[in-house]
Design a protein around this ligand. Structure first.
Ligand SMILES: [Zn+2]
Length: 224
């Protein structure tokens, strides 16, 4: 299961729900790369040398890492891939790998209205004194622009500035769109889930219904 979601789509929360429901592991390529480096494996040494030279970890190494992981017994009922595939080339390699196994890929794309995310993040304020977070929609300060606890003037965090959020969303779009397209062209099962105007629980129910209706997951498939 490949999970895609832009910043602000709640991807991490949905991954946790899916892990709990299906009892399958979540595999983060970032975590795996760090683990290999920490443990000083051959792969880890190769990765570390690349990173020290300021180079990207090549697709071949990342693919090897993921495929080795997918062969382990805890993945026999499936897994959730997080942060992989990152390029259309990796997506093609993954599809090729899965053809030789009993596994099949399913893509879930948490689709959000970027204007909703930008206005949500733009409404956030932080107290520079005590770090308390406020939100123009759900957690307003008693006095506009001032911290309830110490009266300090609230500020917009750099991360929440509209132009910064917009740039992160554009970057995500440019990186992810071609990967999703390569799955679509290959005819992979792809679910587009509206993650803008429903809460996390409702979004999860939508995903669950989609997976059950299509026979990809459900009571008879879970917990074998
Ligand atoms: Zn404060």
């Amino acid at each position: 299961m490949v999970l895609f979601g832009s910043p602000g789509s709640g991807k991490g929360t949905q991954a946790k729900y899916l892990v709990k429901w299906l009892g399958i592991p979540q595999i983060s390529t970032g975590d795996m790369l760090r683990e290999h480096v920490r443990n000083g494996t051959e792969l880890g040494k190769a990765i570390e040398a690349r990173m020290k030279a300021g180079q990207l970890v090549p697709d071949r190494l990342v693919n090897e890492l993921v495929f080795e992981r997918l062969h382990r017994p805890d993945c026999r009922h499936g897994c959730i891939l997080d942060g992989y595939p990152r390029t259309p080339e990796q997506a093609t390699e993954l599809m090729g790998f899965l053809e030789g196994t009993e596994m099949t890929e399913v893509v879930i794309h948490l689709v959000v209205d970027y204007n909703v995310i930008i206005s949500r993040m733009a409404g956030r304020r932080v107290c520079p004194q005590c770090g308390t977070l406020y939100n123009a929609i759900s957690n307003r300060p008693a006095k506009e622009g001032l911290c309830d606890l110490d009266g300090a003037g609230l500020m917009v965090r750099d991360d929440d500035r509209a132009d910064v959020v917009r740039a992160r969303l554009d970057e995500y779009e440019a990186l992810t769109r071609p990967v999703i397209e390569s799955f679509r062209k290959a005819g992979v099962k792809l679910f587009q889930v509206n993650a803008s105007d429903q809460g996390p629980q409702a979004i999860f129910e939508t995903i669950r219904k989609d997976l059950e209706t299509s026979g990809l997951a459900g009571k008879e498939l879970v917990g074998r």
